[in-house]
Write a protein that binds this ligand. Sequence first.
Ligand code: TYD
Length: 210
Amino acid sequence: MTGIFITFEGPDGAGKSTQVARLSERLRGVGIRCITTREPGGTAISDRIRSILLDPSHREMAPRTEALLYAASRAQLVSQLIRPSLEGGAVVICDRYVDASLAYQGALGLDREALRALNRWATGGLTPDRTYLLDVPAALGLNRVKAARRAAFGGVDRIEERDVGYHEAVRRWFLDQARRSRRYLLIDGTRSVDEVAEEIWQDVRVVLNL
Ligand code: TYD
């Protein structure tokens, strides 16, 4: 595998998608071939799975169904887009990946070792080279999401709708991971978009040897 695989994680409303866009623009600006995608989604099949997962009317969805659908969406994305792009030497930037399942589905009480095994199988063991954890307090993130949805006359999705205690458990798992793993860079997502983008850029320059 010759490319570099970068993922963004963090609680809802941490600002990942803005930073993914900023980083990809900057990389393209210096002539680096880069592909951006997001989870759940990123392929036609994965986008259909996304709409099943996030539909607020699917109240009866069992936690294991949820975990399997995220893994199914991911398996398709890895096989159709991420792996071929890495093999072609591109930088691939993905908004969420396996860690999101360990955090979000783990916080439902599912066994994290089982989730790891499921996702290892779904992805063929593909692991990111670098993960940026944009951290914000769960309540702040949820307020940002709700304000953005109101502005767009939309509602929150099935996962965002869960209470702040759940989202705070998700955040704690991410923070714990960032402390344990050198693959992570912990970033304070409460700062301005420009400050966060600059911190990520300085790190990416080291990772990519720019
Ligand atoms: P998110 O990146 O927040 O999308 P958007 O910003 O477009 O709303 O992802 C959608 C939701 O899915 C989010 O609440 C987190 C959740 N999620 C999981 O629970 N498990 C996963 O494995 C992934 C990838 C996402």
